[in-house]
Design a protein around this ligand. Sequence first.
Ligand code: CU
Length: 134
Amino acid sequence: MSLTHPHRGRAALAVGGVFALLALAGCSNGGNGTAPATSPSSAAPSDGPGTARIVIENFTFSPADLQVRPGAKITVVNRDSSPHTVTATGDKTTFGTGNITGGATATFTAPSTTGSYSYICTIHPNMKGTLTVR
Ligand SMILES: [Cu+2]
């Protein structure tokens, strides 16, 4: 049968083409594999006492959820002209600053037990924040 010859020729060409594509794909895969990996380890919780800080501005705690080590010293900066407090709302553990007059700074010590602690400003109870000890 004379018709089979041209078909076989085409098939051979097609196979050759697939081979070339596979070779290219292999090359690019190898390139991706050796790409340097960036380590995402820089997003650690604030480490060491002294770095923890809550800023009060425009009747808002910032950050709203601060993560600290057990027993860390936390500095509270009141940038408003109005007085504020940082006062734990839970009854198991208490921490707090008492009144911080406008523009003043206060410190308090984080609980020594890990967990999530809610706090408010007793003068403006709609101001809420969370202290996470871990
Ligand atoms: Cu307040």
